[in-house]
Structure formats: C-alpha cells, structure tokens
Ligand binder design. Structure first.
Ligand code: SF4
Length: 501
C-alpha cells in the first residue's frame, strides 16, 4: 500500500479499528513499528496482541507504523511523527527488515527507548546492537514483559541489552507453557489474506524439520481448543466473512477438520496459511474447497527423496502427488509449491528432481506455481554450522557460483514448462545468512542494502563458509531451551545421511 492509498483507505474507513485510543496529556506514547508492508503487519496476530494490550493499559497509548504508510515515519492512526513517541517497539520478522528499521530510526530523529522483538531477535540480535537498546528474546504474548519494559524495568529473563559472548548469565527465552485466551477484538484491514478474522489455533511445532527455526524458538507446541477458536470466529461474524487459520503447521491441529467444518457452517471462507500434503484426505480437501480455497499450497522443500530425508520433512513424493490428485478432483485447479536449494550434499540430480516433481504435479492440476529459495542455515537449528550453498568441499565463492547455476537451470526449465516461478536471488539470501549468523561486527552492513562486495570485504569464509562445531557462536548466550550437544549430534546424523563426513 502506498501512502496515498493508505490515506484513502483511512478516509474511507476501510480499516476497522475498535482498539484505537486517543492520546491525552500525561500519557506515555508507544510506537509499534512494523518495518515492512502494511499487508503483512495487519495479518500479524502478535502485533495485534501487543497493540490491544498496550491500549488496554492505563497511562499508555499505542499507535502503529508501517513502512509503506507515511514512509514509516508517522503513525497510521493520527499521523503523529515517530520522534514524538516515548518508546518504539520494532517487530523484526525477517532479516530484510533490519535495513528498514535502521533507516526509520535514522530518518525519524527518534531519540526515545528503542526496543526490538520478533523471531529474528530471538534468533540472534547481535547485528542490531548498534541501533537498538533493548531486545526481547522469546514471546511477548502471555508474559508481563511489556508492562515491565513500559515501566522501565529492563532486566531479567527474556531481556537482552548487550554484552554478546561476554554476558555472565545466559538470557533465557520467554516461553509461556500455555497460550492465553485468544484475542477477541481485532483490527480488520486489507491484509495478506484480505479482510479477515485471524485465528491463531496454535504456536510451536511438534515436528523436527532440520532447517526450521520455528520448531526451536516457538517450542513447546501449544494448541488452542477448537471450541475457543470457533467462539472467536462467531464473535467476529458480523464484521468479516473470511477467517485466516494461523499456526506453523495448522493441519497438525488434532481438530483441524472440525475447525474448518465449524467455520464453514458459520458461513466463513477459510484460508489456512498452509496444509501439509500428508495430512490431506478427500474429506478435508472437500471442506477446504467448499470453504473457498482456490489454490493449494504445499511445501515439499526438496525434489528428491534423499534430500527430503536429510531435511526430515516427513513428506514423500506420493503425498504430494496424491494431494494434487485430490485437489484436482475437488475442483482446486492450482497448486503452489515451495522448494529450497543449497541443501547439504545436494547434487545436480537433486535439483533436477524439483523440476520432475513440478512437472508431475502440473500434469495433474494444470496450473502450478513454484517458489524456490536458497537454504539459509539458521541459528539454533542443526544446520546452523553448514556452508551456504551446501557443498562442504567447495569454497564459499564456488558455492555461490553453484547456487547461481542451479537457479539458472531451474528458471530455464520452469520457463520451458510454462510454470510461474519465483527463484530468489542467491546474493540476497547470502546477505540473510550473514545477518542471521553474524555478530556485532556485521552491523556496518545495515546502513545501506549491501552487495556481495561488502560481504567479501568482511570475509566470505567467515560468514558463508562451514562453521566449526566447537566455535563460540554469536547467539550462544541465548538459552532457547535445547542442549547444544543434541544439535551437534543431529548435525552429524544429517551429514552422514547426505554422504558427507
Ligand atoms: S512442519 Fe513446518 S513448522 Fe514444523 S518443523 Fe517442519 S517446517 Fe517447521
């Protein structure tokens, strides 16, 4: 949304915001900054929760900032400049957001307390230390951390203010055992799933995909009761006709089918964030089709069985094919598939298997789109030590070139097949790797969008190469809740399975 469109939307009252609270003299002003586009921010249930919570507190008002609304420099609600606020809470969902956050801080002239939270911060806040004051490690929801920060108490579990490897005590991730009741009153705007009620059916994931950060930083797995979810939907029935089901792996909810059926019965169109191919049954597919699902999204992640095994994805080719057949049968004529390249020990054959699987699915459903991105070895996952590109015997430069060749091959093949493909830039993802695994020394990259040349200056081997398992890591000071020795063992097993070591 550009500024003009956002102003028009506001004038036409396209955003329904029952939580707006006017500022009065003497009240603390809190800015909730989402340094990315409005469509993503408005569909983030965590941000909705923080906004509602602060606006329910005496003495504080919260207003929102988005990158594409007033350039992130003035609030959406009242157009108040960021520099007039006392505290700014930045939500960092992706490494790319770091650049936007730094630019907003610099351009706005904001001089109050700068706090950051979100998955990237929980993963590794070190590259951001020069720009922000306080980092929240873990989940803000269901804890008293917000109250503490607003009162100026910035120490204790879940709070990091600097010190890196030298911190005396590890910073414990905030991980509430239970989820609070669901947010009943929500802001409704034109988001990634259109205008809808957000239903967070659970948090965390019980599966063990080796590349996945979610299973680590949002553990333990917690589901909400189907009855509670349906009651939230019921309360919002008058305001919206669509429901977005949110969880890292929603179809693993023990009552997923009942939730979809219940929503359908209330007259909602339903949009699940994704569905696992191995969880689909003809009955569930029929429900999803009836609930308005036009395109099915599945994530095989890899083309070959060998690579999927090393990722421990738990989905095989027959699951994907049978999902496509069921979709076709129930009138869903389009499928979107997610893949990654640069997996440990990946060969050209493994990359060609992506093309073959896509081709088989296309033969069944006709319309297929794919999204391919290079694997980013994420902190706290067993793959955190692997080289970017996945070839352990190649130099970082060679790995970059090999990734480029694989991307080229995929683009060519998809174009030949008439498949709509988004093949992400190898260079852009290299920057993500550096920001994910970097220490405070990579902070200089954040002042402009860096090119590979800037990373080369810092040292390709150090940031994109394989990391020794005995090396101290910039994120070792965070106690996420696992034993490092377990990750090492898992890493060794992955390498063994992939024929490395
Ligand atoms: S199923 Fe999804 S959320 Fe769960 S571990 Fe695998 S990739 Fe992560």
């Amino acid at each position: 949304m550009n500024i003009r469109k956002s102003q028009r939307n506001l004038k036409q009252n396209l955003e329904h915001n029952p939580l707006f609270k006017p500022w009065k003299k003497g009240m603390g002003r809190v800015a909730l900054v989402y340094p990315n586009r409005y469509v993503g921010g408005i569909t983030n249930i965590g941000l909705q929760y923080i906004y509602a919570k602060i606006n329910s507190m005496d003495g504080f008002v919260c207003e929102r900032f988005y990158l594409d609304v007033f350039d992130g420099l003035r609030s959406l609600e009242t157009g108040t400049p960021l520099k007039d606020f006392d505290i700014a809470l930045f939500s960092l969902q992706y490494e790319e957001d770091y650049f936007n956050a730094v630019r907003i801080i610099r351009k706005s002239g904001f001089s109050g307390l700068k706090v950051a939270g979100g998955p990237c911060v929980t993963e590794n806040p070190q590259p951001l230390l020069d720009y922000l004051d306080v980092f929240v490690i873990g989940e803000v929801e269901n804890s008293d951390i917000l109250e503490k920060i607003l009162k100026g108490e910035i120490e204790g579990d879940g709070i990091y203010t600097g010190g890196g490897e030298r911190v005396k005590r590890k910073v414990r991730r905030l991980k509430p055992d239970k989820l609070e009741d669901h947010l009943l009153t929500q802001i409704v705007g034109e988001g990634a799933y259109d205008r809808c009620v957000l239903l967070e059916i659970g948090r965390g994931c019980g599966r063990g995909c080796t590349f996945c950060i979610v299973r680590q930083i949002y553990s333990p797995l917690r589901w909400r009761d189907a009855e509670l979810i349906l009651s939230v939907a019921e309360a919002n029935r008058e305001a919206v006709s669509k429901a977005a089901i949110i969880a890292p792996s929603p179809s693993d909810h023990p009552k997923f089918k009942e939730i979809v059926a219940g929503l359908l019965e209330m007259g909602f169109m339903v949009s699940p964030s994704s569905v696992r191919a191995d969880k689909l049954t003809p009955e569930l597919m029929e429900l999803l089709a009836e609930a308005g699902l036009k395109s099915l999204t599945v994530a095989p992640e890899a083309g070959s069985e060998r690579m999927r095994d090393s990722l421990r994805k738990g989905i095989d080719e027959k699951d994907v094919i049978s999902a496509a057949e069921m979709a076709k049968e129930k009138g869903i004529s389009s499928i979107k598939m997610y893949f990654m390249i640069g997996l440990p020990g990946e060969t050209e054959e493994d990359v060609k298997a992506i093309v073959e699987l896509t081709s088989r699915v296309k033969e069944i459903v006709g319309s297929v789109s794919v999204s391919v991105n290079p694997l980013v070895p994420k902190p706290h996952t067993p793959l955190q030590w692997m080289p970017y590109g996945g070839d352990f015997s190649a130099s970082p430069q060679d790995n970059l070139e090999k990734l480029e060749e694989k991307s080229k091959l995929l683009k060519k093949e998809f174009a030949r097949m008439g498949v709509k493909a988004e093949v992400e830039s190898v260079e852009k993802f290299a920057v993500q790797v550096v920001l994910s695994r970097g220490g405070r020394d990579v902070a200089s990259l954040l002042t402009t969008k860096p090119k590979l040349s800037a990373i080369k200056k810092l040292g390709l081997e150090k940031y994109l190469g394989e990391i020794d398992v005995n090396q101290q890591l910039p994120w070792d000071f965070i106690d996420v809740g696992y034993k490092k020795s377990r990750l090492v063992r898992e890493y060794e097993r992955i390498l063994e399975r992939a024929g490395i070591s």
